[in-house]
Design a protein around this ligand. Structure first.
Ligand code: P6P
Length: 336
């Protein structure tokens, strides 16, 4: 008998947390697990096969689509369509929301939003990348083809959210609103094993993650926060450390484990911030709040923002509560 608790067992075990659970969300999470294994396999041999680099096309963001971006998008979309719980998806790699046509899907209860491979420009240089997903119950009537409104729900209505980090090890981290749980993939067994139950981010930290190359056009409050981090030595006598990988999932995961803050404010190139509200900020915000941290756009709680567009961008500050409070104080000080 081993003490391994697999992701599949854990999902079913936690299903009892929802008295009316019919197992559909469990099955949906199972399809994400399957797609994650498939994408993980391809990423791990990216250097060996002709699947790295650009396809010579751009997505709606105007960003060069990497071959693995499209591969990951196709695999997650196929896995979600193959079962009967999802009526449609929205993706960074899809200009419009995709409503599934099979009858069983059209009557399905959930929609999924995703960034199938965030940070993919890092693959060619072997830096960790990730998949981010966000799950809602549909609000459109069953069978309705018009599901656009289903995707523009505020983040506090997510029923689940999570990410896969394809790093030195591959992990799947998710929440269904009952804590944040991390599972490490064991390729020899082909299963995700529970490795981090009830993840909690330290209330404070000394890691700040921001692309200081954009400094000149940061809001004044952000400039003041960076200067604060550079000059102030916290009581534990450990000075602040700048750690920025250029891959949201990797920076977020490290800060979740160690304490820290990730900041992507408005910049010259991205006046509304670079990160997308629906399939990057909202899922990460649900995770961080479930882990005891905070996520804001500098003015409002991310999960309270009412989306207006599928690919809208927002400024994003996420991490340890005390650190997010601090940068918010600098931002509001300037506003007064
Ligand atoms: P920059 C990747 O493109 C991404 O969306 C995040 O994963 C990452 O944190 C950020 O953009 C990096 O952006 O402008 O610093 O290169």
């Amino acid at each position: 008998m081993t003490d391994i608790r697999t992701l599949g067992e854990f999902i079913v075990e936690k299903q009892s947390d929802f008295p009316h659970a019919s197992g559909e969300l469990s099955s949906l999470l199972g399809s994400i697990k399957l797609a994650a294994k498939i994408v993980n396999r391809e990423i791990n041999k990216a250097g060996l096969a002709d699947i790295t680099g650009s396809v010579g096309a751009e997505n709606i963001q105007g960003e060069e689509q990497q071959k693995l971006d499209l591969y990951a998008n196709d695999k997650f979309k196929a896995a979600l369509e193959a079962r009967d719980q999802v009526c449609g998806i929205a993706s960074e790699e899809e200009d419009l929301a995709v409503s599934f046509k099979r009858q069983l899907n059209r009557d399905a209860k959930y929609v999924v939003l995703m960034d199938p491979l965030d940070g993919s420009s890092n693959i060619d240089v072997n830096v960790s990348v990730g998949t981010i997903f966000s799950i809602y119950r549909r609000i459109s009537p069953v069978g309705s083809p018009a599901i656009d409104a289903d995707f523009l729900q505020p983040g506090h209505r997510q029923v689940a959210a999570g990410y896969v980090i394809y790093g030195s090890s591959t992990m799947l981290v998710y929440t269904t609103g009952n804590g944040v749980h991390g599972f490490t993939y064991d390729p020899s067994l082909g299963v995700f094993c529970l490795s981090h139950e009830n993840m909690q981010i330290p209330v404070d930290g000394n890691i700040y993650s921001i692309n200081e190359g954009n400094y000149i056009r940061f809001p004044l409050g952000v400039k003041k926060y960076i200067k604060y981090c550079q000059e102030y030595v916290p009581q534990d006598n450990r000075p602040y450390t700048s750690r920025y990988i250029g891959s949201l999932v990797a920076d977020f995961h490290r800060n979740l484990l160690k304490g820290g803050i990730y900041l992507y404010p408005s910049t010259a190139n991205y006046p509304n911030g670079k990160l997308r509200l629906l399939y990057e900020c909202n899922p990460m915000a649900l995770l961080i709040e479930q882990a005891g941290g905070r996520a804001t756009d500098g003015q409002q709680r991310i999960l309270d923002l009412v989306p207006t567009e599928l690919h809208q961008r927002v400024p994003f500050f996420v991490g340890s509560t005390n650190m997010v409070n601090k940068v918010e104080a600098f931002l509001h000080e300037i506003d007064e």
